[in-house]
Each structure stands twice: as C-alpha cells, then as structure tokens.
Design a protein around this ligand. Structure first.
Ligand code: HEC
Ligand code: HEC
Ligand code: HEC
Ligand code: HEC
Ligand code: HEC
Ligand code: HEC
Length: 344
C-alpha cells in the first residue's frame, strides 16, 4: 500500500528527530532528571492464552441492544453516549459534513454523493459507505477523506474511484461494528454498541451491579479489561481461526489471546506513533509481563471521553511515549497517527 508507507517515512523522520532532541535534552538535564519508578528488571514472560475461554466456533450470543440499556441508563450515560466516538465511528452522512462537501466539490467524485449513506472515522480520516444488498454488509468507497488543520477535508486515492465489495466485511467490520457473524461476517449494528464492551448484561445486574462487566463497584481483572479494549485497539493482530485482522466472535469476558495472535514486539518499535505504541506497551505489560499496575482504565474514563485522570499517576518509563523524561511533565510531544490496518 503506497499511501500509508510514504506517510510512515515522514513519521519516522519526525520520530527520529524527536528522539535525538529528547536525548540531547535528557543529557543536559541529567542532573535534574525525574526519578522514574522502575518497571520490573527481568520481566516475566507469561503465556497470554493461559486463562479463560473464548467463543470461537460458536454463534453470537443473544444480547440486549443499546436502546434498551439506555431506557434505564439514560441519565447516567445517555448524554455522553450521543457524542461518544465508539457510538459515532459509523453514522449517517449529512451533506453538510466536511467530507461530504469535499466529495460534492470534486468533479470526478460528485456522482457518488447521492450513493453515500454512512460516514466512518474521525478527525484524521473518514471513509464513505453505502449499505449493500446483503444484510449486515456495506460497500466501502475507495477514496479517503483526510483532515489537516481546520475541518476542511482533502480527498486522497481519487484515481479510479469505485465501491469495494468485500473489504469492509473482511478487514474492518470486527472493530467498527457490533456482533459480527463469524460465518457470514455480517454485522448486527453499525458502530459500537454497549455489548462491544459490557458483553451480555445479566438480568440480575440491575439488583447487583457487580454482575456486569466494567461496572464501577468491583473492578474486573486487568487481564479481562485488556482483552476487552485490546479486542479493537490492538491493530497488529490476526485471528488464528479466521485468518482475519480482527478477533473471531470475541465476547467481553473472553480471553482475547486464545485465538488472536499479536505481535507484542511492536511495542518496542520506536518509529510507531505514540497512540498505538502506548496501547501496545500497556497490553504487553499486563498480558505478557504480568505487570498489572496500570490498565487502560487507569487513564481513560470511557464514558466521559477523558484521560484527565492520567495526570495524577506516578511517572514511569512508559510516560515517555508522549512526554519527555527530562523535565517534570509539563508538555507532551506532538504526534501524527497513521495506521496500515485502517488505511490512513
Ligand atoms: C483491529 C481493529 C481494527 C480494524 C480491523 C480496523 N480498525 Fe479502524 N480503527 C480501529 C481503532 C482502535 C481506531 C481508533 C484508533 C485511535 O484513535 O488511536 C480506528 C480508527 C479508524 C479511523 C479513524 C481515524 C481517525 O482518527 O480519524 C478510520 C477512518 C478507520 N479506523 C478505518 C478503518 C478501515 C477502513 C478499516 C478496514 C480496512 C479498519 N479501520 C479496520 C480499529 C480497527
Ligand atoms: C468502549 C467501551 C464501552 C462501551 C461501548 C460502553 N461502555 Fe459503559 N463503561 C465502559 C467502562 C470502561 C466503564 C467503567 C467506568 C470507567 O472507568 O469508565 C463503563 C461504565 C458504565 C456504567 C457505570 C458507570 C457510569 O458511568 O455511570 C454504565 C451504567 C454503563 N457503562 C452503561 C453503558 C451503556 C448503556 C452503554 C451503551 C449505550 C455502554 N455503557 C457502552 C465502557 C464502555
Ligand atoms: C431494567 C433497567 C435496566 C436495563 C434494561 C439495563 N440496566 Fe444496567 N443497571 C440497572 C440498574 C438498576 C443498575 C444498578 C445501579 C446501581 O447499583 O447503582 C444497573 C447497573 C449497570 C452497570 C453498573 C453500574 C455501576 O454503578 O457501576 C452497568 C455497567 C450497566 N448497568 C450497563 C448496562 C448495559 C450495558 C445494559 C444493556 C445491555 C443495561 N445496563 C441494561 C438497570 C438496567
Ligand atoms: C469493538 C471495538 C472497540 C472496543 C471493544 C473498544 N474500542 Fe475504543 N475505539 C474503537 C474505535 C473504532 C475507536 C475510534 C472511533 C472513531 O474515531 O471513529 C475508538 C476510540 C477510542 C478512544 C479515542 C476516542 C475517545 O473517546 O477519547 C479511546 C480513548 C478508546 N477508544 C478507549 C477504549 C477503551 C479504554 C476500551 C476498553 C474499555 C475501548 N476503547 C474498547 C473501538 C473499540
Ligand atoms: C498511562 C496512562 C494511559 C494508559 C495506561 C493508556 N492510555 Fe490511552 N491515552 C492516554 C493519554 C494521556 C492519551 C492522549 C490524550 C487523549 O487522547 O485523551 C491517550 C490516547 C489514547 C487514544 C487516542 C489516540 C489518538 O491520538 O488517536 C486511544 C485510542 C487510547 N489512548 C486507547 C488506550 C487503550 C486501549 C489502552 C489500554 C490498552 C490505553 N489507551 C492505555 C493515556 C493512557
Ligand atoms: C498517549 C500519550 C500519553 C501518555 C502515555 C501519557 N501522557 Fe500525560 N499527557 C498527554 C497529553 C496529550 C496531555 C495534555 C492533555 C491533558 O492534560 O490531558 C498530557 C498531560 C499530562 C499532565 C498535565 C501537564 C500539565 O502541565 O497540565 C501530566 C501531569 C501528565 N500528562 C502526566 C503523565 C504521566 C505521569 C504519564 C505516565 C503514567 C503520562 N502522562 C502518560 C499524553 C500522554
């Protein structure tokens, strides 16, 4: 793929530059450097697949849809849910969206405007989708909308624009839609429903909140949390059973790593962008090295869409994915994110 690679080179150059700069800064400030809380010297090497079970070879379990959950949970999470990026990763495509305006203004692409029904993605890249005839399938338009400064969209990959038929089902669906059928690869709902993180909600949870995954009364084990968030946020894995780049019928509570094969060493790749790198680092700490001092939830409050609580944590080496060790944490690095898996 030409596009992500050429960008990656730029990112590498930028990252090398940053690394040199921070090395110089670090040397200068050696005397006053922050003491870093040590991470284990000889890290453990656990078998990530050792515990639990999964749902490979089974059907998608029956689960309650978000609308029903929100009937009772409108006040606690309903407000934030409207703007939650998980909920909005695929949504309707009004003509007033900048990406749609860019499409309409491009002489070679304007004929597609009437066909596009859904938009996918966020502030870096967006894709255009239309519902296919088959249930739970969408076609993916080949051009990509990207965003620089401001909200104006630029279109890339505009030569030979066409609808791709199988790409979405075989390469994207598992992480951008809910409850993908392992046989047909058809999804149940576009975007991500409560089920993607909370799993099957037991009826009894309304009396006893501890019965549902990711409740706030009794924390789940770091391994369970990491499997849930990692089921989409690990963009460097492959299902052993399906061969696809997303998990096969993952149900929250499962051990993701029974079937999802992950290249954990990408956490050491200094050219990788900090967004993916801090994820891969944290996943490896928890599931391979048995360091459970931090999970995604130590830093991220999902329903608030906030990482503010991370500021209060003790400084450890991995903070340097985004900060410089030389000074007390005042500023963070600027970074770009590109992803081969997500084609941006
Ligand atoms: C393994 C799971 C996974 C697969 C498979 C996957 N994505 Fe993603 N995608 C993600 C995650 C996680 C993010 C958010 C990453 C972030 O913000 O750091 C994302 C973000 C995106 C974005 C938004 C980028 C932005 O920030 O604006 C687009 C567009 C996208 N993906 C397109 C695709 C397409 C197209 C495919 C299939 C060719 C695909 N993705 C396959 C997990 C996946
Ligand atoms: C991307 C993962 C994710 C999705 C999707 C998700 N949640 Fe959550 N939810 C969490 C996490 C993680 C917590 C634990 C609180 C925390 O630390 O953020 C939580 C906590 C909660 C809580 C209790 C805490 C609070 O904020 O009041 C409720 C209720 C809840 N979720 C309901 C829902 C409902 C209803 C949906 C669907 C409309 C949903 N969640 C979708 C991850 C998710
Ligand atoms: C019939 C009403 C009802 C429905 C439907 C319902 N819940 Fe609940 N839920 C409750 C009640 C009541 C509690 C307990 C609240 C408490 O103890 O604070 C609860 C608790 C929770 C909690 C833990 C809250 C906490 O404080 O940590 C989560 C998470 C949650 N529900 C998610 C969901 C999800 C996801 C769905 C849909 C799959 C759902 N609920 C459907 C009523 C409902
Ligand atoms: C089923 C797939 C899936 C699961 C499970 C999932 N995410 Fe995401 N997450 C995504 C995708 C896709 C995006 C990007 C959506 C977009 O921008 O289009 C995203 C975006 C995010 C973002 C950036 C946007 C924001 O709201 O700040 C954070 C942070 C995040 N997820 C954290 C988590 C955490 C923590 C968990 C585990 C509790 C989790 N996610 C579980 C797929 C998932
Ligand atoms: C030490 C704290 C910390 C841990 C642990 C952590 N994150 Fe983050 N993460 C952050 C901060 C801070 C940001 C940047 C600010 C923001 O986007 O909210 C961030 C950004 C992100 C983003 C958006 C990246 C982008 O630019 O698109 C995603 C997605 C994400 N984290 C997911 C996760 C997941 C999944 C895990 C667990 C495997 C995790 N994070 C673990 C602190 C953390
Ligand atoms: C994924 C990138 C990322 C990681 C990893 C990360 N940070 Fe941050 N941090 C940010 C961003 C972005 C900001 C600015 C936005 C904000 O304040 O949340 C920030 C802000 C902060 C601030 C506030 C600085 C100020 O002057 O207001 C502190 C303190 C902080 N981080 C500490 C930490 C610590 C401690 C760690 C490691 C445990 C860490 N960060 C890991 C991205 C990150």
């Amino acid at each position: 793929m030409v596009r992500p690679q050429s960008k990656r080179r730029l990112t590498i150059a930028a990252a090398v530059g940053l690394a040199c700069l921070s090395a110089i800064v670090a040397a200068r400030h050696a005397g006053t450097m922050l003491a870093l809380a040590a991470e284990p010297e000889a890290p453990k090497k656990l078998d990530p697949a050792a515990w639990g079970s999964d749902h490979v070879g089974q059907g998608v379990p029956a689960y309650m849809e978000g609308g029903e959950c929100l009937f009772c949970h409108r006040n606690d999470v309903g407000g934030e849910w409207q703007t939650d990026k998980h909920n909005r990763t695929i949504r309707d495509a009004p003509r007033t969206e900048p990406a749609m305006e860019a499409l309409a203004e491009d002489p070679g692409l304007k004929d597609f405007v009437d066909q596009v029904e859904l938009l996918m993605g966020d502030t870096r890249a967006q894709r255009f989708l239309k519902r296919a005839d088959a249930y739970g399938k969408v076609d993916l338009l080949s051009p990509v909308a990207t965003f620089g400064r401001g909200r104006r969209a630029r279109l890339e990959e505009t030569d030979n624009p066409h609808w791709e038929i199988d790409t979405f089902a075989l390469e994207c669906a598992g992480c951008h839609t809910t409850a993908v059928n392992p046989e047909t690869h058809a999804f149940s709902t576009v975007a991500l429903d409560c089920y993607a993180c909370h799993g099957v909600a037991p009826d009894g949870h309304t009396e006893d909140a501890k019965q549902i995954l990711l409740n706030t009364v009794q924390p789940d084990s770091p391994a369970v949390v990491t499997s849930i968030c990692g089921s989409c946020h690990i963009r460097f894995g492959k299902s052993k059973s399906s061969g696809l780049p997303y998990p096969n019928n993952f149900v929250p509570g499962d051990n993701l790593f029974k079937d999802f094969q992950v290249d954990f060493d990408v956490a050491d790749d200094e050219t990788l962008n900090p967004a993916d790198r801090h994820v891969m680092h944290n996943v490896r700490e928890v599931v391979v090295r048995g360091n459970e001092s931090m999970t995604c939830l130590s830093c991220h409050d999902v329903h608030q869409g906030s990482s503010a609580k991370h500021r209060d944590l003790p400084v450890v080496n991995s903070c340097q994915h985004c900060h410089s060790a030389a000074t007390p944490i005042k500023s963070h690095k600027r970074y770009q994110v590109h992803s081969e898996r997500c084609q941006y």
